[in-house]
Write a protein that binds this ligand. Structure first.
Ligand SMILES: *Cc1c(COP(=O)(O)O)cnc(C)c1O
Length: 297
């Protein structure tokens, strides 16, 4: 498939939600392609275009064993005619994410956590080029300038009437694109999935302004694969009542955070709210395999 054909954000809808007293809308980016879904679709677009312009035949990237970025890269690379290599953190394992990546033709190489930390190291990259041949490198999590150029295009799917836009934050590349492309009256409210204040500074660097955005950091539940029963209860109940599935790593926490901010009076009822569903539903199978079938989707 050509890049132009693959990178059409088809099937995106805006769904009205009335849940736990809060009325808001959800931008369903999760409906874009099954595997290369959500925000990763936008982050990959200009990177793969550059890879094609540079006549690379292969893309290589880094990620954890349950990473949405890994499966999205595998899927998009395959659809656009690239071979792909995933450098995976930790011991060799099997899980639904990695099986799906392999099914998309991705070659997986497992490296120790120590070696994984060298992912930006020129010597390590050179070693990988000797092993696999020339490739286009996409960083872990997929965030770079071209990714942010891509996530700016999410704004073209957001009608002007919304003035408060909620989004989940990992590396912040998606939120940075939104901050760059939003309309003046719109506020971007990020919900961090990770522990630590570093994201505030990173976001400031990427967004190049203090204006128009804010990150809630107290709802990460201890980090990526951490959770509490109330998060899982919300995900299951939200799905039952709205039909919208949420992943436990990003969007479950974002909706939980949005509702908490609403309940504690941090969000005024005058706002017209749009929550961006960034996808990541592939992660549910792996999460359930690890923790018991607690997510009923
Ligand atoms: C990667 C990811 C995010 C975080 O995106 P960043 O650009 O790294 O902040 C949010 N939601 C989902 C589903 C993701 O896969």
């Amino acid at each position: 498939m050509s890049l132009v054909n693959f990178f059409q954000p088809e099937n995106v809808t805006i769904q009205k939600v009335h849940y736990a007293g809060l009325i808001f809308d959800v931008l369903r980016l999760d409906k874009i392609h099954l595997s290369a879904s959500g925000n990763k679709f936008f982050k990959l677009k200009y990177n793969l275009q550059k890879a094609q312009n540079e006549q690379k035949k292969m893309v290589l990237t880094f990620g954890g064993a349950f990473s949405n970025h890994i499966i999205s890269t595998a899927c998009a690379a395959n659809a656009c005619g690239f071979s792909s290599v995933g450098i995976i953190r930790g011991e060799e394992v099997e899980n639904p994410t990695l099986s799906a990546a392999k099914a998309q033709g991705m070659h997986l190489k497992f490296v120790s956590r120590g070696q994984f930390r060298d992912k930006n190291d020129a010597d390590f990259i050179q070693q990988l080029k000797e092993e696999f041949g020339d490739f286009y490198l996409i960083p872990e999590g997929g965030t770079n300038d071209l990714a942010i150029k891509g996530t700016q295009e999410i704004s073209s799917l957001i009608p002007e009437e919304y003035d408060l836009i909620g989004v989940s934050v990992g590396t912040g590349g998606t939120m940075a694109g939104l901050v760059h492309s939003k309309r003046e009256h719109q506020q971007i409210l990020g919900f961090s999935a990770l522990k630590g204040n570093w994201i505030e500074q990173e976001m400031l660097e990427m967004a190049a302004t203090h204006e128009g955005w804010q990150i809630h950091q107290d709802l990460f539940f201890g980090g990526y694969a951490r959770w509490k029963p109330e998060l899982i209860e919300l995900i299951n109940d939200f799905y039952q009542k709205t039909g919208i599935p949420l992943d436990p790593i990003y969007n479950g926490k974002m909706i939980y955070g949005l509702l908490s901010a609403w309940k504690s009076g941090q969000i005024s009822p005058d706002h017209n709210i749009l929550a961006i569903h960034t996808g990541g539903l592939q992660g549910i199978a792996g999460f359930n395999a690890r923790f018991g079938n607690i997510i009923e989707i």
